[in-house]
Design a protein around this ligand. Structure first.
Ligand SMILES: [Zn+2]
Length: 73
């Protein structure tokens, strides 16, 4: 079970490491209580990925999924 600590970009294909707050986008969501107690899920998208992707919370899977942003040129 992972902790809420963010270590890298939420995009599995991106290897950007989380270095400082204020860059990119941070997503925080409380996770329903289970045997481990109430916890939070924190994910981070690096600035490059935040321009292309967004994160949506999937209630069924109970996890964030990466969604491609539509281009609005
Ligand atoms: Zn990234």
């Amino acid at each position: 079970m992972h902790n809420a600590n963010v270590s890298k970009c939420a995009n599995p294909e991106c290897k950007q490491e989380f270095k400082q707050l204020g860059k990119g986008k941070v997503f925080v969501r409380p996770v329903p209580k289970n045997s481990a107690g109430l916890t939070q899920k924190t994910l981070w998208l690096c600035p490059a990925c935040a321009k292309i992707y967004d994160l949506r919370y999937d209630r069924h899977k109970q996890e964030f999924t990466l969604v491609h942003l539509r281009r609005t040129a």
